[in-house]
Design a protein around this ligand. Sequence first.
Ligand code: SAM
Length: 280
Amino acid sequence: MSQIDNLPPLRSVIETHGIAAKKSLGQNFLLDLNLTAKIARMAGDLKGSDILEIGPGPGGLTRGLLAEGARRVLAIEKDERCIAALEEIAAVYPGQLEVVNGDALEIDVTGRLEAPIRIAANLPYNIGTELLVRWLSPPTWPPFWTSLTLMFQREVAQRIVAMPGDKAYGRLALLAHWRTDARIVMDLPPEAFSPPPKVSSAVVHLTALPAPRYPADPVMLNRVVATAFNQRRKMLRSALKPMGGDVEGHLTAVGIAPTARAEEIGLEQFCALSRSFSEA
Ligand code: SAM
């Protein structure tokens, strides 16, 4: 296997620093540096970007990002045991890797990185969806990031890229599709990780659009979509009752049959429906 840097192999890093994988921290490590370099390349133009990495662990993806030329990497890791290993990488790339020991759900990264900013991560599965929803729902758009390149359980990845009629279609797909281009760029079997998780994984690459595809108030759109999918098998005229007002009137006004179900309705129609509710 070819080397991507002069640092020790990840297995010895894990042994030296006593980083036995902990389930509670969602630790399934990538040990093949050629694979992490490949994932890093999927993140786009690294040379001209600052990268935010969540959960670097022993540093497999971090090394991939730096070896592929990332301008700067800010890596946030909750597990204190990983910090010394990450500092060894920082020493080989002076001024290019900043390691922060903390919880990614609590650390504010504004002002710590310079645009364009790309986010790349083999995410801990227990917080992956929450982080994605936060990144997709900033107070203003465009967001602070240009692209997201993220590992998810394959089932979650499918929910992000799903289209109307797909089994996985729902809130996450609509949220992603409204303001990004999202696609699955790599599938990984459980054996790609150590220890192997129970399920397959996939890398999703999302690029922020300069503006939403269709106009809508984010809060109203989120409310309409959440209410519609809360009872996804019901006809919209019943599922949307909790919204109040003339539900059938709003549906008909934007060309949606009151008997249709949420899973059949595309983004453009959901945006029109949320505008109709907003206007009322
Ligand atoms: N990036 C490494 C790799 O690919 O081998 C590790 C990936 S592992 C799936 C997830 C990493 O996220 C672990 O190192 C874990 O300690 C870290 N982590 C878990 N919860 C976290 C949190 N709330 N904030 C920051 N890091 C967290």
